[in-house]
Ligand binder design. Sequence first.
Ligand code: ADP
Ligand code: ADP
Ligand code: MG
Length: 665
Amino acid sequence: MISSVLIANRGEIACRIIRTARRLGLRTVAVHSEADRGAMFVAMADEAHAIGGSAPADSYLRIDRIMEAAHRSGAEAIHPGYGFLSERAEFADACAEAGIVFVGPPASAIRAMGLKDAAKALVSSAGVPVVPGYHGSRQEPDFLRQKAYEIGYPVLIKAVAGGGGKGMRRVDKALEFEAALESAQREAVSAFGDGRVLVEKYVLAPRHIEVQVFGDRQGNVVHLFERDCSLQRRHQKVIEEAPAPGMTAAMRAAMGGAAVEAARAVGYVGAGTVEFIADSRDGLRPDRFFFMEMNTRLQVEHPVTEAITGLDLVELQLRVASGEPLPFGQDDLAIGGHAVEARLYAEDPERGFLPSTGRLWALRFPQSDEIRIDTGVREGDEVTPFYDPMVAKIIAHGADRDEALDRLSAALSETVVAGPKTNAAFLAALCDADGFRSGAFDTGFIDRNLQALGAVEHGRDHAAAALGAVKIVHDDLAALRRIGRGEGGPASPWDVPDGFQLVGARTVAMPILVDGVREEVAITWPPGAPGDFEARIGDWSERPSGRFQSARDTAFAVAPTGTYVLEAGRQTFVQRFDPFAVDLEHLDAGDTIAAPMHGKLVAVFVAPGDPVKKGQRLAVLEAMKMEHALLAPRDGEVAEVIGEPGQQVADGARLIVLAAAAEVA
Ligand code: ADP
Ligand code: ADP
Ligand code: MG
């Protein structure tokens, strides 16, 4: 067995690999970027080496720097994790040249599966069914449009070098083909440095079902059953489970067999995943599934397979990389129960799933034997704009699907995150959604149900805002009391045993900011009932004290800038309004279109003087590996365009200004 391993990755997967490596007695070596200097995985590793700047291109994608760190640390093996260099054949080559064990398949297998077009040709000749389409090398727009016509709409344009759902566009009619092709190519060039695409039939009622495979150097290849990853947004997985709902023994045998064939066709060693798309219009049928791609690495959602098989896939990877044979054959494997994973992201479902960065002022997960939390951040850490904004993977295991989903839903509701917004409430709604529970869903489920899942703009939660304002007042008074008694140090005002009393006036009125919007709150405490109060914000008034007192449902997180009120996965941020501390320009949301985060402006569609309609696309910003459309907040006329395509822009930078409403006749 190897005795040390360098992890060429970051975040939760680096932590997850370190945990198993340590249990097996291996010395663990981390490499990290500038932004990750204080990260959890760096603290966990036995030693850590800085390898460069925060942008992935300056650190986690630098093969030379990582090899240098491997030499310096004397690491015997390198585990690439997922993403970054995990599917780069040159990285596996570099390891081989340096005499370092690459914890993954041979470079030749990565190459064979690296481009989707070549991979399809290869597995097809091994007898594995592939999606009908054009997988050749010609790229002229007219030619590809002709192919799309022959295949028949709807079609899917896919970057041959694609990954992470990028460079992919569904096209429903010929008229839309050219624009979709252009945008897929632009995204592919920017994400993979390779604009080539293929065109294939868009499978209807598509279910994404993938098979975990494992091979060893002795030539054994087995599959560890399937995972269903059909709950997706923008072709990216949101919730994954094992086994797949509605799976039959015949279909499992056919898929498992095809996956093993695909792996054998490239001499596969280690952990890999063969992804299939199934046409589920008539349920799952053994003659209606097609190979999409093979991911030649550990998959993000591997924990659900671990939960139902009881295996540690990272341990198996390390053993196989050390030359040990797989300790089981296909017939020794069985499925135990049902497991579901949810990807908790720092993003705002109410604002088009915009990534949300910043400090994690609070981060608390439920603790239970049936719940597994894989995370790479701690309370107080920062979600930076440089990497994938995944905060944690929450995995629930149960005797059956309903039990697993119930546990996951409860765990999501108990999860507390303050600072960046998260998709926790959205994920819980998904777990409870009837269509998903019934098993009758496909990859379009999320898009069709955004409204029901709560992924639409909600009004401000006035009750939560009132709770936040009261909390601010309580905290200030408690602090004053402590100062009065000559005490220092933090204490919770809820610990004060004598009941809450305001001296003199029993109404406090103050200006506040609720999620950045100015409001006026008036709080009145009736005499003799210290825990009770009435709050008024504008026309809204309520006595939300019941909610305030049941701390189980409401959590607060106090940051230097304000107070977060957290209820069922949703957060409301309340600040005292300080006219000197707030940039009034940004309060005015009607006239200015500002960058919602750090990123690169890739396109601007308007010029000064252009009339615009509410909701019209004005510009496109690329940030956190995604394109975000900037829309007109109202009808009007463009007064000023400040940004230029290609330019890097800072969070909050003004990009486009509309003429003041009164100036438009
Ligand atoms: P999986 O099927 O395991 O979810 P994905 O294709 O979605 O695989 O990608 C795995 C992870 O790697 C995701 O977290 C994704 O954001 C990240 N990723 C994908 N492509 C890249 C890339 N080019 N550079 C860095 N990370 C990437
Ligand atoms: P990536 O490398 O980005 O993971 P995939 O080829 O695995 O790309 O496709 C990502 C997702 O896009 C799939 O999980 C599936 O939901 C959808 N998809 C891919 N191909 C098809 C198809 N032919 N028909 C319908 N949906 C598809
Ligand atoms: Mg895929």
